[in-house]
Design a protein around this ligand. Structure first.
Ligand code: HEC
Length: 187
């Protein structure tokens, strides 16, 4: 191959790889972003009915099930994590923890929490993964179960204390980052 052709081929391949990476990012985000609105709608319905145990079920049972179903249909690992987690399994790994700490700082500095996200292609050994994490801001409705203990209904507190003796996910204010939805997609 002449040097000029080689350069051309190299350039073309690089841009193809980039286009492909962009597609990977776009469809990862599409799947991940479908989950929080569905969950929010479920929480809203149960809370409007005054059904807190149904709403707790929506956050504790349906949310992990939705993430598990999405993980199963895609083959990616999709879950929720938090720096102050309620479910002991929702502990962030090092990459997620760093992203969450960065989100907290950026939110403090005035960025809109709902826009905070991070995408990175990570190579560990032979495996390349696409990592995506999106902040889940605390909204008014979330305070029913993640707000200050004085403002939470006694039946909610009792149910949470029973199921999650090591709960750390209270004391939030509206606008703070409650946690994140995170995707680990093997490529
Ligand atoms: C009716 C009570 C209730 C409401 C309202 C609620 N949550 Fe939760 N939340 C829970 C429970 C219970 C868990 C533990 C779930 C589990 O076992 O995985 C949880 C877990 C989470 C987690 C996973 C990390 C962790 O701490 O275990 C995130 C993130 C989260 N909630 C965000 C929110 C957001 C954002 C809202 C508002 C849009 C919200 N929740 C509203 C009860 C609630």
């Amino acid at each position: 191959m002449t040097p000029r052709l080689f350069v051309l081929a190299a350039l073309l391949c690089t841009s193809l790889v980039h286009a492909n990476d962009d597609n990977l990012v776009a469809d990862t985000k599409k799947i991940a972003m479908g989950i929080p609105p569905k969950l929010l709608a479920m929480l809203q319905t149960e809370i409007e009915k005054g059904n807190f145990s149904g709403a707790i079920g929506a956050c504790s049972d349906k949310a992990p099930k939705m993430a598990a179903a999405a993980s199963q249909s895609t083959g990616w690992a999709i879950r929720r994590v938090s720096l102050k987690n309620r479910n002991p399994k929702a502990t962030p790994d090092a990459w997620e923890k760093a992203a969450l700490e960065d989100f907290d700082q950026r939110a403090l500095a005035g960025e809109t929490p709902a826009t905070l996200e991070k995408v990175e292609f990570v190579t560990e050994g032979d495996t390349r993964t696409l990592r995506y994490i999106k902040a889940l801001p605390t909204q008014g409705l979330c305070l029913n179960c993640h707000g200050t203990l004085e403002n939470m209904a006694p039946e909610v507190k009792a149910q949470i204390a029973k199921t999650y003796p090591d709960d750390r996910a209270v004391g939030y204010r509206e606008g703070q980052i409650r946690g994140a939805l995170t995707v680990k997609r093997p490529l």
